[in-house]
Design a binder for this molecule. Structure first.
Ligand SMILES: Nc1ncnc2c1ncn2[C@@H]1O[C@H](COP(=O)(O)OP(=O)(O)O)[C@@H](O)[C@H]1O
Ligand SMILES: [Mg+2]
Length: 375
């Protein structure tokens, strides 16, 4: 049996492991927290720091392959392991390009992949010099995650929000739709693409509200999205599962926002909604099996279950019986003991033929399921 390690033990690792149970593979997880979502689903858990050279190298030595569930891993250790024959998904060179937003933006520029115009800023003085560039979005080159490394700067009096560390200052796009495209590449370079999805944001909270698959876009836009995403992923020359986030603006221009070289939140609906889920797909790639069928079985909506505002402590999941009465609803809890405001605690996938019902159900489920702290 192939021995495969996962760096990081969060929900992505957990869903990968749920899928791994169907295949002949022995699984290993490296993560600092022994109560993480993945700890109890792998064959072998190692407590350690995914950012430490020694921890990653020691973990990876003797494994056949390694996958990541987060970009902030020690890529020097992965390079050494790769040189010693461990297969890494994604290739460390691809990870290096994506991990740092400056390198990622330069990659788009070099390959002529449409992406919002940008300048690089190393400190606050440099941000101030680019005030003609506003309105813009300031993005930390490294270490940002789930919106925490992103600041909108509309005008000079918002400059105090800027990051003092190396960052990208990117022109604000007048977004009509946010789209995500998942691309799977096998070891021989064979490629399949999932139907693009549409992410709908809550304007007030600036949070993902829900997500729809397939995206409500014309065939022409879909073809352009697919071509751009394909080009962006191909240039990385790596097998694996990749998520490309794109913007469609009000003039129907398409831009790549960012990429992730791994399974992604925008593909969670594929567990029930598509023939081969993004997690199943990654195992097929790692284990050298044929690529799966990415087509949708039914349209899907996806709602992230976030910790309620003002609630912190042992998680109490409310409304599950009511949600489970619905025949088209699939619940995924990530097994995190502690809830915090806005923490991703799980997700719900809703299947249905018609988009209006999906949107309606997505809103309803957000009201039905609440994650609060135990009293
Ligand atoms: N250039 C931009 N113009 C307008 N909105 C943007 C721009 N860049 C990012 N955003 C908004 O901020 C969100 C988060 O930015 P993103 O670069 O995807 O960071 P994260 O790593 O947090 O996902 C995007 O989904 C989008 O809504
Ligand atoms: Mg993003």
């Amino acid at each position: 049996m192939l021995k495969v390690g996962i760096l990081g033990g969060g929900q992505l690792g957990r869903m990968l492991l749920q899928s791994a149970a169907n295949y002949p593979v022995e699984t290993f997880v490296l993560e600092n927290d022994e109560n993480c979502p993945s700890a109890h689903l792998c064959h072998h858990f190692t407590k350690g720091d995914i950012r430490s050279f020694d921890d990653v190298y020691r973990f990876g030595k003797g494994l056949d392959a390694i996958a990541i569930e987060i970009e902030s891993v020690n890529e020097q250790a992965l390079e050494k392991l790769e040189a010693e024959g461990v297969a890494i998904y994604p290739r460390p060179a691809a990870l290096r390009t994506i991990k740092n937003k400056i390198a990622q933006k330069e990659y788009y520029r070099e390959r002529n992949i449409p992406s919002p115009d940008f300048v690089i800023t190393r400190n606050l003085d440099e941000v101030k010099q680019y005030s003609v560039f506003l309105p813009a979005v300031h993005k930390l080159a490294e270490g940002g995650y789930d919106g925490r490394g992103v600041q909108v700067i509309r005008s000079e009096n918002e400059l105090s929000r800027a990051f003092a560390a190396p960052s990208v200052l990117e022109k604000m796009v007048d977004i009509h739709k946010e789209i995500a495209q998942i691309v799977a590449v096998d070891q021989r370079g064979g490629i399949v693409m999932y139907p693009p999805v549409e992410m709908v944001f809550d304007q007030e909270l600036n949070l993902l509200d829900y997500q729809l698959s397939p995206a409500g876009i014309t065939d022409d836009i879909k073809a352009r999205v697919e071509n751009i995403a394909l080009d962006a992923v191909k240039g990385l020359r790596s097998a694996g599962v990749f998520a490309v986030e794109l913007f469609l603006d009000r003039e129907q221009r398409i831009y790549v926002n960012e990429m992730a070289p791994r399974v992604h939140n925008s593909g969670h609906h594929t567990i029930e909604g598509n023939y081969s889920s993004q997690f199943d797909m990654l195992w097929r790639i790692i284990l050298g099996y044929p690529l799966g069928n990415p087509s949708g079985i039914l349209p899907a909506a996806l709602v992230n279950l976030l910790g309620e505002p003002g609630q912190e402590g042992d998680a109490d999941y409310q409304g599950l019986p009511e949600a489970l009465q619905r025949s088209n609803v699939f619940i995924h809890l990530y097994g995190k003991r502690q809830t915090k405001p806005g923490r991703k605690m799980g997700h719900v996938t809703i299947l249905g033929k018609d988009k209006e019902t999906l949107v309606h159900d997505a809103h309803a489920l957000k009201q039905i399921i609440k994650i609060r702290a135990k009293k």
